[in-house]
Ligand binder design. Structure first.
Ligand SMILES: Cc1cc2nc3c(=O)[nH]c(=O)nc-3n(C[C@H](O)[C@H](O)[C@H](O)COP(=O)(O)OP(=O)(O)OC[C@H]3O[C@@H](n4cnc5c(N)ncnc54)[C@H](O)[C@@H]3O)c2cc1C
Length: 375
């Protein structure tokens, strides 16, 4: 069990990332078009060496990156995380030539990646995916639909999980690296509450060969899960970063806004609310770091701890952002206000990469399997 405090180097790196996000990346994010890939922002993440760092990171560094960027600019955080999610299977399971073709481009922020697992009929139950890979001359043809895919339809390549049929459920899934210019691949943008780009993909007999397989045929579900397991605590870190941004704004606002002849912070109902927001956020932060460090150290109980971190941090961030809106009053709901933005951003992480209820199922399953209380 790791007891947590970051070392001075890590703390300084987090501050540096936060300042970069706030001062250099946020202006670029503000020039982007909501719902579309912001290529200058992705290129800046590459130019600053952050994508290079991302692709070489273990879970803890990934968390520090995501938390610090999210505190300063959620769009930069999400653009970075999506490069990691989309390129994760290539990094983990790609051949030398797949890695040589795509990873330098992803690192430089010139190629945009996407991770295409979900389908209209398979969300939480991802192993029920139906997108068919049918044998054809030289390989397979992919036919079916993917939906809720971040960066679609504007990404340059997709990691697509398809059913090659070696077995039922998770056993019959193969991962493919599909460049966006393959014939038969089209997509549509979806207009979502959260600001980042999301779309649906339609695959109509898209040709793929053994050179496009990531890992081994029939082992693609493992490829998806290895990437998601690395990312799960870091979704919590993204949430912690948003909660910290909401607390920063609330401290500033309640110290200066006067009502009934004094700053809001002099009302105990207000200052105690801020104390509660900060305490829950700190607890979430420690849970995230501990889960990430356990992942990197190969300690036991990682699925349970990662699930606890993701569950607690995303639920906490929702509570904190909502409380921050309350303490700001009407101005927080004005379009363009930081809290209006965070209010839209904070909702989705409770659903994606394993909804809150799915995390509870993972935790409970492990608790009953081992019949022990969390260490
Ligand atoms: C902003 C955003 C970005 C996304 N990006 C991607 C992406 O890049 N790539 C990708 O592949 N997918 C992506 N997704 C899809 C995401 O992974 C799915 O939304 C998620 O897996 C849930 O699936 P679903 O929406 O079909 O909900 P369903 O599976 O239909 O579940 C609906 C609800 O039912 C409940 N529920 C489900 N299962 C259980 C259970 N076992 N026990 C108790 N309750 C349960 C939960 O409340 C859940 O929220 C994204 C989604 C969003 C919102």
């Amino acid at each position: 069990m790791t007891a947590f405090s970051l070392d001075p180097g890590q703390t300084a790196w987090c501050e540096e990332l936060y300042t970069l996000a706030r001062d250099e990346l946020r202006p670029l994010a503000e020039k982007g078009e909501p719902g579309h890939v912001n290529r200058p922002l992705v290129a800046a993440l590459g130019g600053l060496g952050l994508l290079d760092r991302l692709l070489g990171s273990g879970a803890l560094d990934l968390c520090l990156l995501r938390e610090s960027l999210a505190r300063g600019c959620t769009e930069a955080e999400t653009a970075l995380a999506l490069q990691g999610l989309g390129a994760g299977p290539v990094r983990q399971a790609g051949t030398e030539s797949q890695r040589a073709r795509w990873l330098p481009e992803v690192r430089a922020g010139r190629a945009v990646a996407a991770f295409a697992l979900s389908e209209p009929g398979a969300g939480s139950d991802a192993a029920a995916l139906a997108l068919a890979a049918r044998p054809a001359a030289g390989g397979w043809r992919l036919s079916g639909e993917k939906c809720w895919i971040s960066n679609a339809p504007e990404a340059d390549f997709y990691t697509v999980f398809a059913r090659t049929g070696e077995g039922a459920g998770a056993r019959g899934v193969t991962a493919f690296l599909v460049p966006a210019d393959r014939p038969g691949l089209t997509g549509t943008a979806l207009d979502m509450l959260s600001p980042h780009p999301i779309g649906a993909l339609d695959l109509d007999g898209v040709p793929v060969t053994s050179e496009d397989v990531l890992g081994e045929p029939g082992r693609g579900f493992r490829v998806a899960m290895d990437t998601l397991n690395l990312f799960r605590p870091s979704v919590g870190a993204f949430a912690v970063g948003m909660a910290r941004a909401a607390i920063d704004a609330t401290l500033e606002h309640t110290a200066h806004r006067t009502a009934f002849g004094a700053p809001l912070k002099d009302l105990q109902a207000v200052s105690h609310q801020v104390a509660e927001m900060a305490t829950r956020t700190e607890a979430a932060r420690l849970l995230v770091y501990a889960a990430a460090a356990a992942h990197d150290a190969g300690e036991p109980g990682v699925p349970r701890r990662a699930a606890m971190a993701k569950l607690y941090a995303t639920e906490t961030a929702q509570y904190v952002v909502d409380a921050a809106v309350q303490l700001h009053g009407a101005r927080a709901l004005r379009r363009g206000h930081l809290l209006e933005h965070l209010y839209r951003e904070v909702r989705a992480p409770r659903i994606y990469e394993g909804a809150t209820e799915v995390q509870r199922t993972i935790i409970a399953k492990e608790l009953y399997a081992t019949q022990e209380t969390p260490a």
